[in-house]
Design a protein around this ligand. Structure first.
Ligand code: GLP
Length: 245
């Protein structure tokens, strides 16, 4: 896993957008997994600016959702899809027909997870997975422990993840369960980009850098990935410099 330490969230946004842009320039119909959360917001802002300036080819870009709350319809404004559409997809000109979504409100959510994976395979696999990291080391909603073969599935959210997501639910109870792209789908991406920003992530970044890959820290499994990059800003970085981990 390559490590890139940048100064601040602005530099992180630029460096992450550069990687997305490179992938799209090489393959305009690339399938890209995109995350929700605060961390990628700067990257989305930068991508939207580049798109508005005519510098980012999104006309054929395809996107796959990373995760979704169970039982929440895609057109519910509190859905992660709704958040993604408002923050990134709409402003970037990515139309819904180019998004592989979870049917998280389907009567059989496990079948919906299989349909998601089938759609990803049918689309030729994931070219780039952009990921945030939970304070407990989760990727998407692959809570610890999640091994490399953990499939796309329904998961129980940890108390920590529910607390972290409470801001989006303005007083309503955060759902207890979610669906997530599995570790197998994430690790199967041809390229992976993990972003960490802010002092609240310094402890989990320290663990990520220090510990051997383990299901107890799902993000650490990216150390076995052939083309993974971790970008951290200084507030999230417990040491000095950059290099390989
Ligand atoms: C949620 C999402 C993750 C995201 C994480 C971190 O739990 N399911 O995909 O990476 O939050 O979010 P933030 O970037 O706001 O810290």
């Amino acid at each position: 896993m390559r490590l890139l330490v940048v100064r601040d969230p602005d530099e992180l946004a630029t460096a992450a957008a550069d990687i997305v842009q490179e992938v799209l320039e090489r393959r305009p119909d690339a399938l890209i997994v995109l995350p929700t959360g605060n961390t990628p917001l700067g990257m989305y802002g930068e991508l939207v600016r580049r798109h508005a300036g005519g510098h980012l080819p999104t006309a054929r870009m395809r996107v796959a959702q990373l995760d979704e709350y169970l039982g929440v319809a895609a057109d519910d404004p509190q859905s992660l899809f709704g958040w993604m559409q408002r923050s990134a997809l709409g402003p970037m000109g990515v139309t819904s027909d180019r998004v592989i979504r979870f049917a998280a409100d389907a009567p059989d959510p496990t079948a919906a997870c299989r349909a998601y994976d089938a759609a990803v395979i049918e689309a030729g696999g994931v070219d780039l997975a952009v990921l945030g990291i939970g304070r407990n080391g989760h990727l998407g909603f692959n809570e610890p422990p999640s091994g490399p073969d953990a499939p796309t599935r329904v998961v129980e959210l940890s108390a920590e993840s529910r607390a972290a997501n409470a801001a989006y639910w303005s007083g309503d109870a955060v759902p207890e369960r979610a669906v997530t792209a599995g570790m197998s789908t994430i690790l199967g991406a041809r390229k992976a980009l993990l972003l960490a920003s802010g002092s609240a992530k310094a402890e989990v970044v320290r663990r990520l850098l220090d510990e051997d890959p383990s299901p107890d820290l799902p993000a650490s499994l990216l150390k076995h990935h052939p083309d993974a990059t971790l970008i951290v800003d200084q507030a999230a970085y417990p040491g000095e410099g950059g290099g390989e981990t």
